[in-house]
Design a binder for this molecule. Sequence first.
Ligand SMILES: [Zn+2]
Ligand SMILES: [Zn+2]
Length: 142
Amino acid sequence: MKLPFTGGCMCGAIYYECSAEPMVTANCHCRDCQRVSGSAFLAGFIVPLNAVAIVGEVKYYDVIGDSGNSISRGFCPTCGSRLFGKRATGDLLSITAASLDDPSWFRPTMDCYTASAQAWDYMNPDLPKFAQSPPVNASMAT
Ligand SMILES: [Zn+2]
Ligand SMILES: [Zn+2]
């Protein structure tokens, strides 16, 4: 990965540039991530909020996360691409790996919320598994 790295939505209305390396990378198998990705899990990573510059108008949808805190999930209102997640209070931003301009460098380091993983979801056996949120709070990864 080269810094800064960039990404955006499918239609090009939203673009971001990040100047910091990911703090956490994960594949999340929670039901929310299944719904927003339309698949078995969502691959994403967490970076400091202040390291990301976002161009374009992101629409945020608030949900109550597993932690009981409100989490805002950001997407492009034009094409519907899911891009970001953040807490109302907090200085972290999660970004979906598939939104990267070059997703090839992404390496998930764990599977989280495997308690709700689907039977048809094949996971890398080499990655640590967490039934819920991992010890480091990576529930934001989703
Ligand atoms: Zn878009
Ligand atoms: Zn999730």
